[in-house]
Design a protein around this ligand. Sequence first.
Ligand code: NAD
Length: 470
Amino acid sequence: MTQKSENPYHELFTKQKVNQFKVAQSTYNERVNKLDALHRAIEITYREQIKEALSKDLGKPVIESELSEIYQILGDIRYVKKHLHKWMRKQKVHTPLSLLGSSSYYIYEPKGVCLIISPWNFPFNLTFGPLISAIAAGNTAIIKPSEMTPNSSALMATIIMDLFDKEEVALIEGKVEVSTKLLELPFNHIFFTGSPNVGKIVMTAAAKNLASVTLELGGKSPTIIDESANIKEASKKIVWGKFLNAGQICVSPDYILVDEKVRDEFIDSCKRWIKKFYSEDPKSSNAFARIVTPKHYNRLLGHLENAKSHNAKIVVGGEFDENTKFIAPTIVTDLNTDATLLNEEIFGPIMPIISYTNLDEAIAYINSKERPLALYVYSKKKSNIKKVISSTRAGGTCINNNVIHYANHNLPFGGTNNSGIGKSHGFFGFKAFSNQRAVVKQNFFGATEFLFPPYDGIKEKMAKLVVKWL
Ligand code: NAD
């Protein structure tokens, strides 16, 4: 392992470490001022540049940039500001009779020096989202955004430099080597958003310093459509959720499990919605994004090649264009169980459809895979919805919709096991960046003093009473 002094980020880390208590002792108003500055930067100063960077990096449609990046960050700041005062207060708790004479509470104190590593698919939202929680909780932070979206990362570096001293918040651009070096440092908390494979690398590095982690990962999020579902509505929402950001969303419905009785109706309806949303020629649509890099474009074409080689059917789309990294909204059926589309996170505009004959079969299929970040169920039958939720595990679920649970700040967001560890958003994000410090205050003579040594018969009797009654 590299000596700390050889680590190029050791000096910056040390400066933040020294500064952490000053930042931690910031008042509610001081933290709000920082959040306000970030709000102004996103809403006014840099708004147009953000949309421009997203268009260059991802071909992201302007409305999607407004809604899924700018609005999310601004909404997050407004929500945190509204509740932060309450979260920063002492949280009083009951004290048992056995501790008579004392009172108890806990406080959310900042973890300290935090590392935020973010992905490329919603570069601003997934970098500033955790940063908002880190600031609200009173931490210092070093940020490493994704190298895949260089225009967005460069702009974020400018914004951070504009708003913060590097002793408090610093952003370092770079590739994997930069993350690797940063991960050697003994951060108090690491907030990572990205793939499960890299999540394992991050957790291994964190273990060396026993740093706590929040891992916001991905995976394959299934969708179940039973025979009672409103197919027209379900297909509309699924086409929107699946092809938003060209499928490059962690909570995108990765694959569809549909009751065979309504399979054809569902596919026909999806075809109609794709045409309605993106026209006959999605390539010319201003509502459809592009694949982030040639590497990911080729990865997705590889999935289609693999599917074709096993006689799967492309029933919608399948067109692509290397120059613009365009892949059309695509639906694939009749896949082998070992097709790569059914075994790797797709993260692109390709929707595999699997039909089932009974719900238990669909549930068993889901449970044979890693636990997903999201699971969606479309049904009019309460008993089926209940069964799906109680017989599976997932980070989050929408009933008769998809993706939108991400947008409710009151809900915890995050996965379970392979799809993540820990939660983010709103209070849950604040909590992720805080240590809950327990405090017991002795107010007057304490009942425990009756039990101090030397032990005699009376104390023995008292101990028995304590065990039995208190
Ligand atoms: P990724 O894991 O490849 O990269 C994420 C970050 O980790 C980047 O900043 C990258 O530079 C860094 N990184 C990559 N390899 C590394 C290594 N070996 N060591 C240290 N750092 C490394 O993920 P991605 O391609 O940027 O994003 C796509 C993945 O992220 C998908 O799996 C998706 O589901 C997931 N994701 C999850 C969420 C969520 O909130 N749960 C949100 C968006 C994306």
